[in-house]
Design a protein around this ligand. Sequence first.
Ligand SMILES: C[S@@+](CC[C@H](N)C(=O)[O-])C[C@H]1O[C@@H](n2cnc3c(N)ncnc32)[C@H](O)[C@@H]1O
Length: 197
Amino acid sequence: MRGKADHYTIRAKKEGYPARSVYKLKELDEKLHLLPRSGTILDIGAAPGSWSLYARRKGKGRLRIIAVDLQQILIAPDPETTLIIQGDIFSGEVRSRISGHAPFNLIMSDAAPATTGNRTVDCGRSSSLVEGILDLAPELLVPGGSLVMKLFQGGQERRLLNRMQQEFGSARMIKPKACRNESFETFLVGLNYSGKS
Ligand SMILES: C[S@@+](CC[C@H](N)C(=O)[O-])C[C@H]1O[C@@H](n2cnc3c(N)ncnc32)[C@H](O)[C@@H]1O
C-alpha cells in the first residue's frame, strides 16, 4: 500500500498537517493525556512538523514547543509558541540552545534513523536513539513529566521498557492504529518521571 495515499494521508492533507504521523500522536494523547494543559514540550525528530503543529493547535497559546530535527522543519514559524532548531539533538550546540527552555513537561520523540533496509541495523540505531534520549531525561525532563518515543522493534523493547519502569511512575509500550500495518515501529510511553533508576 506504500505510495498509495491512505485514509490518514488524505486526512492529514485536509487538516493541514504535513505528515500522517500526527494521528499516532493524537491517538496516544487521547488515550494517555500526554500533552500538558500548559508548559513546555520538546519535540525531537520534529520534521516536517506535524507533531509540533498538533501541540501548537491543541495548546491554544498555552504551550511552548521547542522543535528539533536534523532536517528542515516545514511548519510556519510562530515566535509566540514554537522555536525551531535544525540540528542533532545529541550535539553540544543544540543542547546549549535548548537548555534555557528546560526542564520540559513533555518530551516527545518520533525520531527515527535513516533506514538502510537491514532490520538489525535499523532497529539497533533506533534503540540507540531511545537510549540516548533516556540519558538526556535527568537534564531535560521535569519530575512528574512524560516521555513518548518511537522505537523500531528488534529485540531491545523489553530491556528499554524495564529501564523506563524504573525511571517513571508507569511505563508501557503501545502501537497506535495509525502505524502502517507493515511497520515494525512501536511507542514507549513513560508517565510521572521520577529519575530514579
Ligand atoms: C518520522 S520523522 C518525524 C515526523 C514528525 N513527527 C512529524 O509528524 O512531522 C523522523 C525524524 O527524526 C529525525 N531525526 C533522527 N535522528 C535525529 C537526531 N539525532 N536529532 C534530531 N532529529 C533526528 C529525522 O531527521 C526525521 O526527520
